[in-house]
Design a protein around this ligand. Sequence first.
Ligand SMILES: [Zn+2]
Length: 476
Amino acid sequence: MTYQVLARTWRPQRFDDLLGQEAVVQTLTNALRAGTFGHAYLFSGLRGVGKTTAARLLAKAVNCSEGPTAEPCGECASCREITDGSSLDVIEMDAATHTGVDDVRELQELLRYHPTRDRFRVIIVDEVHMLSKSAFNALLKTIEEPPPYILWIFATTDRLKVPATILSRCQQLEFRPVGTELIRGRLSEIAAAEGFTLAPSAAAAIAGAAEGSVRDALSLLDQLRAFAADDIDDQAIAAVLGVPPMEATAGLVDALASGRIAEGLSMLRNQLVGGQDASVLYREIGRVLRTTLYLAVDPNLESSLADSHRTVLQPIADAHGADPLSRMLGVWLEQERLLREAGNRELALEVASLRLARWPMVRTLEGWLGGSGDLAPTPGAASGSAEMPPTAGGGPPGTGPGSAQGGGGPARATRSSERDLVGAAENAVDDMAAEAAATDIKGASQEEEVRSDPGVALATRVLGGDVVAVRPDGGD
Ligand SMILES: [Zn+2]
């Protein structure tokens, strides 16, 4: 028996099975029930969200021997032939490969004749925006005054490229990207029905990678079955999707968020040396930051998170808190342009990571400067300060030399000097980020090196008095 791809086996046969397109389904089924459906539709939306499937369902609905009906029987000759793609009255044309005016003329020739058996000749034109200008003009005549037995269904992933003259003659239905949660649910359903094991975390990873496209999700699942047979877990996901295991990314994020810069960079370097793509890593770090932020705001927000991932991420969320995590996520998103424009994306990713890692220090400074309550140092940042020389590895958070100094300094600091101090720290870290990224920093994973990492050194320097030089209140 030959293997049939899941997207075909699991193609929805009823409007109700169309995933995540309630508005479209309601519009179509209402029109079918009332008998007021149009003679030309334009379905637009992302690839793999159900446009062609909906077009075939609509063809069945109007031609079913029990129709026109919102619930085509699926059993009659007409329904079965449409499912097989053998119906003489339902013509599918891919405009991506048939772009010319001759192709449209050929279609027009067909339109002269009444349907061979069914009520309607249904013409489904996929990727209609790819037609040439002359083809569009030829088409226009046909849809302006169509014979009553013709139903046009155009589908496109790029509605803006469809001429306004065509758009205005169609009923336009916008297909939405399908929610990750819906896709995840469908994948689990399919796994259960097909009798293979799909780890919940793996289903979530596929759904996330599919970015709203059900078809993409199903073809990824096909690939994974080919790779891992009947047991699809996180390892299979890492191998096939080319994403690092979530635990590795979470460890990296935790190191950076705690200001353990050298450790973080070393983990990052290991991933890159291991062949991980910088853009994928960037995206995955963003994903982990986002999930962790949600968990910090409210653990119930991520109800679909696999338990194995929650076990790893919840402690990180609890350690850092929502406010710092949201600021770090903001910083991280700002680095996208850097990565996109950089000639060397690995270097750009390292710089981006260094910028992320500066936040615990800035926050610690803010805390020492007596900022507002919600800016108080996090446990993570505080433990970072406890590692600081000269009494590295000393007492519990709050008893290190940093906080002792903090007790003296901030009382005298004016508002403008606070801003300058934090600004100077940020700038200095930026400079160091560039510097450090330009240097080969691989292998810096030992604890000694963590203690002497540039971030901790800077914090010490700043707090040790160097920054006093930039304080404007010196002459007050
Ligand atoms: Zn039927």
